[in-house]
Design a protein around this ligand. Structure first.
Ligand code: OOG
Ligand code: NI
Length: 465
């Protein structure tokens, strides 16, 4: 087959995120309502801030501003994780970052499959936060073995999805018809199943061990558990959710509201209780319920360096020592104030963040820089002379404390459990069958490349003279 007939992985990813969005809106109507609210708040924000509109118009596709940025699934076995990696690779999504959630009382570790590189992110930024259940953290050995046995029997991918993935690997991509078929076959893996693959009794035992274990083990596949559009005003959406009949989680996760946003802020509506049925030994179906699916919103800021991240972690910890957000929202205002106070030492200007080496920036030549010859290599001087400008690099990854907060508020308030913190990235990568990209190295690389491009361009101007 000639290469020119292959559909780009970005196009497959776009088609997939669109199909997933359509499916989830019909599966979870409250999610459709959240999307409407987000679209309205984004439109109002742009109307009230023409400068923002101009800026976003230059850097983002305004038409797609309210579209989904991410979703999440939870897998049960190493084989599922490896296959998922291969499926996502067909869509140009690669594992970035390792997140240990055991420390926060959730028995999973995770990565994010996402497009890497500016062009791919711009084309379609959709990513999937993917967790692998850690049965090794469950104390009850008998239950652990039973859960493993149930998981070993299920097949979460259709035969055709596997076949097309293998074909894409062989041929370096898929043609148009195959790509369409691939999207609809892969979508099956993410679909909700209201019939559990075990008895009510077994469900209860798994649920008592940890609600997340029940969510992963009880079903035929890893249903998509939320999708997350981008909002331009997360505080407004959080405030307005109740007016739209949706129940927000207690607080917005991540940093406080700031002039210069850092990292990632996110909030969600609480997972809904849904009807499911369980199959008893005699083959009869018994009605029950399960809580897993919700909707989320996100708003992203600058990617922080290890130094910036350490400061972020320390300040967040400090604020939570003062006020721990209650799941019922009763101290939400108090928490917001403590958070804002705790973050005062974090500079709130791009110049300040840059001067202290807290964030990653891309550097480019100004108008003046493009028309100037220089062989200077001192970045601060080039900036001071107005030859070079700097812009924040957007954080495209996740935050373990925030993710744990999202998990927790959606698993129910009694779900937190003490696990010994036991990050095990080596084991995760073995199960994944590949290593994950280190997000800090990745941002540092983008920054370094932009600096090198500025300096060589200024220098080339000299040579050209
Ligand atoms: C994933 C929660 C993490 C986020 O945005 O941090 C997440 C889950 O509940 O499976 O999606
Ligand atoms: Ni999420």
């Amino acid at each position: 087959m000639s290469i020119s007939y292959l559909v780009s992985s970005c196009d497959i990813r776009s088609a997939f995120s669109k199909a997933m969005s359509a499916m989830y809106k019909t599966e979870v109507p409250a999610y459709g309502t959240l999307m409407e609210l987000v679209a309205k708040v984004n439109a109002d924000t742009l109307a009230a801030d023409p400068a923002l509109k101009v800026r976003l118009d230059a850097t983002d596709n305004l038409e797609r501003i309210s579209e989904e940025r991410h979703g999440a699934i939870r897998l049960g076995t190493a084989a599922e994780l490896t296959m998922m990696r291969r499926v996502f690779a067909v869509m140009g999504m690669y594992p970035v970052g390792y997140y240990d959630l055991s420390e926060a009382g959730v028995p999973v570790h995770s990565t994010s499959f996402r497009p890497v590189g500016d062009a791919a992110l711009k084309r379609n930024p959709f990513r999937i936060f993917t967790s692998l259940l850690r049965l090794d953290l469950i104390a009850d050995e008998t239950l652990r073995a039973e859960a493993e046995a149930i998981l070993s029997k299920r097949r979460i991918f259709t035969e055709k999805a596997v076949e097309l993935t293998e074909k894409a690997e062989r041929d370096g991509g898929l043609g148009k018809d195959d790509a369409e078929r691939f999207v609809s076959e892969v979508l099956e893996t993410f679909r909700w199943h209201d019939r559990a693959n075990l008895s009510a009794d077994m469900y209860k035992r798994l649920h008592d061990a940890h609600r997340l274990v029940a969510d992963v083990v009880s079903f035929k596949g890893p249903h998509i558990n939320h999708l997350t559009p981008r909002t331009l005003d997360i505080d407004a959406v959080q405030r307005l959710m109740p007016e739209y009949g949706i129940d927000p989680k207690a607080v917005v996760e991540g940093p406080p509201t700031r002039k210069c946003p850092i990292l990632l802020r996110q909030t969600s509506f609480k997972a809904l209780e849904e009807s499911v049925s369980f199959e008893d030994a005699d083959g009869s179906w018994k009605a029950g319920s399960h809580t897993a699916r919700f909707g989320e919103i996100e708003s992203r800021g600058i990617a922080l360096t290890p130094k910036g991240r350490a400061l972020y972690d320390a300040l967040l910890h400090e604020s939570r020592m003062l006020v721990r957000p209650a799941a019922d929202g009763s101290n939400a205002d108090e928490y917001d104030r403590a958070l804002a106070d705790a973050f005062k030492p974090f500079p709130d200007s791009w110049e300040g963040i840059r001067a202290e080496g807290l964030g990653y920036f891309t550097y480019s030549l100004t108008e003046k820089g493009m028309n100037t010859r220089s062989n200077a290599t001192n970045l601060d001087r080039l900036i001071a002379e107005g030859l070079v400008r700097f812009d924040p690099i957007v954080y495209e990854d996740f935050l373990p404390v925030s993710a744990a907060g999202i998990f927790q508020s959606n698993l129910g308030d009694d779900a937190a459990q003490e696990f010994a913190a036991s990050p095990n990235q080596k084991r995760f990568e073995k199960d994944l069958g590949a290593s994950v990209l280190n997000e800090f190295d990745h941002y540092a690389g983008i920054e370094a490349a932009s600096v090198a491009a500025c300096i060589s361009r200024l220098d080339r101007a000299v040579a050209a003279e």
